[in-house]
Design a protein around this ligand. Structure first.
Ligand code: HEM
Length: 572
């Protein structure tokens, strides 16, 4: 072909490509067969080799053993694809291939030692940060998932201890009670009016709209239970921690957090927005919107701190001390607005508790006779007062919650909360191995062994493997309301969490666990006392399958329910 631009120099690269193509086209069929078979041979060889290594490691002795690697087929990728598709299934199937409480997975050529033996879990969670590190993993997630610029990391490393100390505000008085009081007051205000009984879409409240509410009659509405409860608690919790203005100005942030959550695994793997894989773009767009909202919020706080409050944000006096103190640390270390990480707090606040209230209430409703037993137990701490009325017009009844009483004096209710966590929460604790260590199974077990874990590997503790283990929890797939009830020394009933770890463990154990328990109990108690539920379909109560999320699972399918206001003595 003529060179249009008059460059007649031969192109050596084009020559090479042409020669290679010619070689292939003219190659004898044996070469083609070899090329076609090569990947299959590599896959078979990988499986045989990894299977051999696994069998060798399974010949346990009294001395220190190698952690058995579950055999895999594809080099480098290892179990990565199965992990991406269905991590919980992979972890459970792998457990059924081993009996020693530990096994290894190859995820993208990194070794993850998965531990489920309770003694080894305990020992791993007690290790010092210098042996099993949490901070590098946490900082990497802050960058990859929440989008803090990498260049801000030195500032975070300098301020890290102060941020960690501040997260104790979520556990310590008076800060904890101050946040809980605001959250509980919001629950008291919202729950009695949570259903509008209207057929006008425009008059629906945000949680009804999110729950695709349908008008049935003047006394009955149909709604998606998970979507409605998730939003209700979201409104209350954001008000308690970030104040009211954030949600008023950015009413969509709850949904953006839920959407961000669906892309966690892609963010953690660094999958960019333009990759045409389902479920990648949406979370990226949601994260962008969240950055805008949270940056604006930070600017408003800056203005407030400077004594020059932004009138568009109104009064920020209701922002919790926890957020205000974090803000002081941002300012102290010159962490710019775009580098701040309060999105991590918003995410942690919303992502688990808001789903747990759905599972908790659904299991209560689906267990025959339990609603009445619980209403009797919680009544002294969940009072409903006669509404103010003039003629035929009457306000919603008044709800008064004693969140401390609910948490401390209602053992059956608390036991059902723990059982809902055991069944629907799938939390993981992950650490980087900073120096070689040996972990041992319980020495009371018949198969006691010790295993060497190597520097540079990872440790993953999927707590749900233990929480669903029939040896510790008989009939683990059934909701047993009394599972966590025990008798105290004085004969009274109380609860004991036993060996479940729904909030993870060790240094990174959830700092919001007390806050979460109180807000969840308050919401479920309020809803149980104010409303009657029945399943919308004809098949009765169905418990959906769990869909893996960060900790508390999503349901695979919606739960449509019919809701009516309960009748009280003043209605007769
Ligand atoms: C039922 C509700 C909740 C569950 C099941 C839950 C579960 C968890 C889990 C599994 C972890 C990681 C633990 C580990 O790495 O071992 C965690 C960490 C954390 N959670 Fe929660 N969480 C809940 C509610 C909350 C709430 C309401 C907040 C409030 C903001 C919160 C704040 C945190 C924080 C700050 C951490 C990081 C702790 C650290 O690394 O020091 N959580 N949570």
């Amino acid at each position: 072909m003529d060179d249009f631009y008059g460059n007649d120099e031969p192109n050596p690269e084009a020559g090479l490509v042409a020669q290679s193509l010619n070689f292939l086209l003219e190659a004898p069929s044996a070469v083609w067969v070899t090329i076609a078979l090569a990947p299959i041979l590599v896959i078979i060889a990988t499986r045989i080799f990894s299977g051999y290594a696994s069998r060798k490691a399974s010949n346990y002795s009294d001395s220190v053993n190698t952690v058995p690697m579950i055999p895999y087929w594809i080099p480098f990728v290892g179990h990565g694809w199965q992990f991406l598709m269905d991590p919980v299934r992979l972890l459970r199937e792998a457990r059924s291939q081993t009996q020693h409480g530990i096994y290894a997975l190859n995820l993208g050529s990194k070794t993850y030692n998965v531990i489920y033996d309770p003694a080894m879990v305990k020992a791993a969670l007690q290790q010092k940060e210098s042996t099993l590190q949490l901070t590098p993993m946490a900082l990497s997630l802050v960058v990859k998932v929440f989008g803090v610029p990498k260049q801000a990391l030195p500032k975070y490393e300098a301020a890290w201890d102060e941020f960690v100390a501040l997260s104790n505000y979520l556990l310590k008085e008076p800060h904890l009670s101050n946040m809980l009081k605001v959250t509980a007051r919001s629950v008291e205000n919202m729950v009695p009016k949570m259903i509008s009984f209207t057929d006008r879409e425009i008059d629906l409240q945000p949680w009804e709209r999110h729950g695709r509410a349908n008008f049935v009659s003047e006394n009955e509405m149909e709604v998606d239970l998970m979507a409605m409860l998730r939003d209700l608690l979201g409104h209350a919790a954001v008000a308690g921690v970030f104040g009211k203005s954030l949600l008023e100005k950015y009413p969509n942030i709850l949904h953006d957090v839920y959407e961000l959550e669906t892309g966690m695994i892609y963010f953690a793997m660094g999958v960019p927005a333009w990759i045409p894989f389902p479920g990648v773009v949406g979370p990226h767009l949601a994260r962008r919107r969240l950055w805008t909202a949270m940056d604006e919020f930070q600017r408003a706080l800056d203005a407030d701190f400077a004594g020059n409050p932004d009138p568009m944000w109104g009064d920020l006096d209701d922002v919790s001390e926890f957020i205000m103190e974090r803000h002081k640390v941002y300012q102290k270390y010159n962490i710019e607005v775009k580098e701040r990480a309060d999105l991590t707090v918003l995410w942690a606040l919303l992502i688990n508790s808001n789903l747990l209230v759905y599972w908790h209430l659904l299991h209560i409703l689906a267990t025959p006779g339990l609603v009445d037993r619980l209403r009797t137990e919680i009544a002294p701490f969940t009072q409903v007062a006669k509404p103010f009325s003039i003629g035929s017009f009457s306000e919603a009844p008044k709800l008064n919650l004693d969140h401390e009483g609910l948490a401390k004096k209602c053992p059956l209710f608390k036991s059902t909360y723990l059982e809902a966590l055991r069944m629907c929460d799938q939390p993981w604790s992950i650490r980087t191995v900073a120096s070689d260590l040996v972990l041992s199974t319980s020495n009371t077990s018949d198969t006691a062994s010790s295993f060497k874990i190597h520097k540079g590997d990872f440790i993953k503790i999927p707590h749900e493997l233990h929480m669903h283990n029939p040896v510790y929890f008989p009939d683990p797939s059934s909701f047993n309301p009394e599972r966590f009830l025990v008798r105290a020394d004085d004969g009274s009933l109380t609860t004991d969490m036993g060996t479940i770890r729904p909030y993870g463990g060790g240094a990174s154990m959830c700092k919001g666990r007390i806050f979460a328990e109180s807000e969840c109990l308050a919401l479920v108690a309020g809803v149980l006392m104010m409303w009657e539920f029945e399943p919308a379909g004809t098949t009765g109560w169905m418990i959906p399958k769990l869909k893996k999320a960060s900790a508390v699972s999503l349901p695979e399918v919606d739960t449509r329910v019919r809701i009516r206001r309960r009748r009280f003595e003043w209605d007769e």
